[in-house]
Write a protein that binds this ligand. Sequence first.
Ligand code: 13P
Length: 296
Amino acid sequence: MPLVNLNCVLEKAHKERYAVGAFDTWNIESVRTVIAAAEESCSPVIVQAYTERIRHTDIEYYSAIGKVAAENSKIPVVLHLDHGDNLRIVMQSIRQGFTSVSIENPGLTFQQYVDFTKKVVEVAHSTDVSVEAELGEVPRVREGVTEPRHETMTDPKEASRFVAETGIDALAISVGTVSGLHEGIKEAKVDFDRLRKIRNSASVPLVLHGGTALTSADVKKAIGLGVCKINIGTALHLPFIEGIIRLVKNSPENVDLFKIHRVDRVVQEEAKTIIKNLMKLYGCSDKAAAYNFFAV
Ligand code: 13P
């Protein structure tokens, strides 16, 4: 079926208290793996393209991959730009057929960021594209941070104003998660009190970045407090990369243009299992059939 936007999948998740997994992808294989796992789980899914990644892969090509993969599947698929950190890439994604974009503050004051977001929302909504905006900042391991930063966490009072003034569809919040954390480093520590206050002041679906290091118990608690989109990157990248290294080392005969697909296949199956387990945990498995689709 054709791609759908974020509202098509999050509205129901918000009402029924479950979360939809949003998985960072980087090439044809990863897009197909995420969609295949969603189909096997009968789950809606958000396929994300990380801004930094698609700077190196023409957006037009990426969008074509997403569209074809969605059209060949029977479940609702959102094609979402993750971490839209500049206006040019956000607008290009909208023009090229992404059905959802996320933006983050490129260093503006609160009021400037409100105005910037309103402009993006106006353009995006005119073509039925949804907008997720981050308020505060989720730190990243890649930038050398492994601890939550109190000073960049989302302020619940600002969240209320921001949502009301901008008209965004989903709010990405900073409540203690760190993007890129994983088992080998440490678990995320969520400030549930802050999350509760944000939920009470902002009525839109909430988004958690840095999903890899969340414990199962925290995922459930966060979903109970209004989180209905969870972003996953590391939990997918790592097994793909480590799997390829392991398999190539164990069977060097597969390092051959006509045999390398054997490696891809094993890695994709392993990644599918990870995604399917996450979908079960988020409560979105078996939800695809119940959607009313409004294809965009
Ligand atoms: P993780 O890599 O920690 O799962 O975070 C991914 C993310 O937040 C992408 O937006």
